[in-house]
Design a protein around this ligand. Structure first.
Ligand code: AMO
Length: 452
């Protein structure tokens, strides 16, 4: 057995008990004849002291003297197993330490280390990501992934209470949905295929049988966007619901966000403390403003967007500033609804016509959920009639024939449906305070990074 206890399981009440623990050498120093080793495992830190006993045989004294010397020379981050006796010590962090008796070096680390684990030396994000296996031993780095894990658990359990089925759709696919230029090509048994940018078309097809489905899985986008918010591979949380429209699925979305936030406060407080961050309170409903209202707010601020065009980051910064000032966000979150139909993907259901900035614009039953300037999620009511879908495809220069594998099922009982997709790492920006979505990925993939 490598260990009998995890470090956090050692308590002052165990005084006098012999225990075996294992972990990484976090720090080591020698004061006179005593070696102090701080050992770390995933549950915490504990000090192990090695000293030469006064009342022991000469042989034992000699052995311990050698041991003190050996311990002092162990390189940081070596993996060791320690046998010792639990000692109550009010000066120690949790009131307890170990009097070390034996040490086994399971794997000696090289020195110097490529990255300082104790976190005393600040490292640039690139250095951290290039040394990610070691970087993740730092509490702040680990805290974010712990919170990502709590988030996925909270999302799953909330959606299960609504009777959703968790599904897994194919990730090697024949046609894209979110814009052709960003597809990652793969060679598939002699055919050209792509990595999925979204489970969009498959989750839609599943509403005609399972009705309520969700998926948490990677999605790929080769966007030429080298920003703190873009990954080439991100985790997409997707839902799709039969017999629902965009307003129904927005309600599910805002509850998902609130549930994650509440789970962080309930189960993740230790990690939020490590990050020194308090996520904003999310009161429901999250305010909704229409594209038209947003457009007019921007115009009043002197920013004139071509009516019907998408907003960029500078526009969203300005808009969210105004909305926050007017109290029209919930902890920084707000929905923009009813986007111009032509600015949305082909599967989005068209709405009424409206005049914006002197132009007649077709709206759509769609929304984005933003936090300040950042898009967290987008979704819509979908078209469930084949003829309408074909028209929208053609209007966007897509060939319906290459989507026949999808379209044909609309002839055999496709229900009205709606859904959304949310970038899990993006959600972590407001909820953990990270400045860069890469920090919410274990091994992020971006324009420049393919290893580690
Ligand atoms: P969309 O393309 O808006 O919609 O993507 C949905 C959400 O995914 C996240 N996201 C990203 N996160 C990190 N890096 C990226 N490069 C990246 N690209 C997107 C964002 C975004 O809001 N099929 C639709 C969803 C739907 O309608 O159900 C879709 O993919 O948080």
């Amino acid at each position: 057995k490598y260990r009998e206890f995890k470090i956090s399981e050692i308590t002052p009440e165990m005084e006098g008990k012999e225990v075996k623990i294992a972990g990484w050498v976090h720090s080591v120093r020698r004061v006179g004849k005593i070696a102090f080793l701080v050992l770390r495992d995933y549950t915490g830190l504990i000090q192990v002291t090695f000293r030469v006993p006064k009342d022991a045989s000469d042989e034992e004294k000699e052995r311990m003297k050698e041991l003190v010397k050996k311990v002092t020379q162990i390189p940081l981050e070596s993996v060791v197993a320690v046998k010792g006796v639990v000692r109550r010590d009010p000066r120690a962090p949790r009131g307890v330490e170990i009097a070390g008796k034996e040490i086994e070096i399971l794997n000696e680390a090289k020195s110097p280390l490529p990255l300082d684990v104790s976190g005393k030396v600040d490292a640039h994000i690139d250095t951290r990501l290039s040394n990610r296996p070691i970087d993740l031993r730092r509490p702040e780095s680990q805290a974010v992934l712990r919170l990502v894990s709590i988030a996925t658990k909270a999302i799953r359990s909330y959606l299960y209470t609504l009777d959703f089925t968790e599904v897994f759709t194919p990730k090697i696919i024949a046609s894209g949905t979110e814009g052709g230029a960003q597809m990652v090509p793969v060679f598939y048994f002699g055919k050209n295929a792509f990595l999925a940018q979204s489970p969009q078309l498959y989750k839609e097809l599943l509403t005609s049988s399972l009705e309520y489905v969700f998926e948490i899985a990677p999605a790929w986008r080769h966007e030429e966007s080298d920003t703190p918010y873009h990954l080439a591979e991100f985790i997409s949380v997707d839902i799709e619901m039969a017999f629902a429209d965009y307003e129904d699925v927005m309600k599910v979305l805002e509850n998902v966000v609130k549930n994650v936030r509440d789970a962080f406060v309930r189960e993740g407080s230790k990690w939020l403390e490590v990050l020194n961050y308090q996520p904003p309170e999310v009161n429901l409903p999250i305010p909704r403003i229409s594209y038209k209202e947003a457009w007019e707010i921007l115009k009043a601020e002197g920013i004139e967007i071509e009516p019907g065009e998408d907003f960029g980051t500078p526009e969203l910064r300005k808009l969210s500033e105004v909305l926050e000032k007017e109290g029209k966000t919930s902890g920084g979150f707000y929905f923009i609804v009813e986007w111009p139909a032509d600015a949305r993907p082909f599967y989005t259901k068209r709405g009424r016509k409206e005049e914006i900035g002197g132009k007649e614009i077709y709206l759509s039953e769609s929304f984005d959920l933003n936090w300040k300037h950042l898009e967290i999620s987008s979704g819509s009511t979908r078209i469930h009639k084949r003829a309408e879908l074909e028209e929208e495809m053609k209007a966007r220069g897509l060939n319906p024939q290459s989507f026949e594998w999808y379209l044909k099922w609309f002839d055999y009982g496709m229900p009205p449906h709606a859904g959304w997709g949310m970038g899990l790492q993006r959600l972590m920006v407001p909820l953990t305070g990270i400045p860069n979505v890469r920090l919410a990925a274990s091994f992020p993939r971006d324009m420049k990074r393919l290893v580690p």
